[in-house]
Design a protein around this ligand. Structure first.
Ligand SMILES: [Zn+2]
Length: 126
């Protein structure tokens, strides 16, 4: 059974730890974003009064922040999916081809839901 599988148990611990860490990161990112829009960084900004290059930097920083938030949310979703599949006993099985995902891949990426071949195929498609 999956529950007795020590590898899965170990990966589960890692996923739970990752989940906690990413949740914290996400909270920090969201906080920094909302404080920016509330104008808390104005003091710093006014030094460069409407300098176009700095405005661009500011926009870039915000977009980067948004990308990081989106990325963190995606990973959280994938971690939840992995934890769920552990409970259902389907963890480590490729979502696409239903083959077993190699343990090396799961060690490197515990929330992987597809095997290497399917991952590469879907990356080529998009
Ligand atoms: Zn596959």
């Amino acid at each position: 059974m999956t529950e007795a599988d020590p590898v899965v148990m170990k990966l589960r611990q890692r996923l739970l730890a990752d989940r906690k860490r990413i949740e914290e990161e996400l909270r920090t990112l969201i906080e920094s974003e909302s404080s920016e829009s509330a104008g808390e960084s104005m003091g710093e900004l006014s030094m460069y009064d409407n300098h176009p290059a700095d405005m661009a930097t500011e926009t870039f920083e915000r977009e980067k922040n948004e990308a990081l938030i989106k990325n963190a949310e995606t990973i959280l979703k994938r971690i939840d999916m992995a934890l769920e599949s552990m409970e259902r006993g389907t963890y480590g099985i490729c979502r696409e081809c239903k083959e077993r995902i190699s343990s090396e891949r799961l060690e490197a990426l515990p929330y992987a839901v597809t095997c290497m071949a399917c991952q590469e195929r879907s990356e080529r498609k998009t």
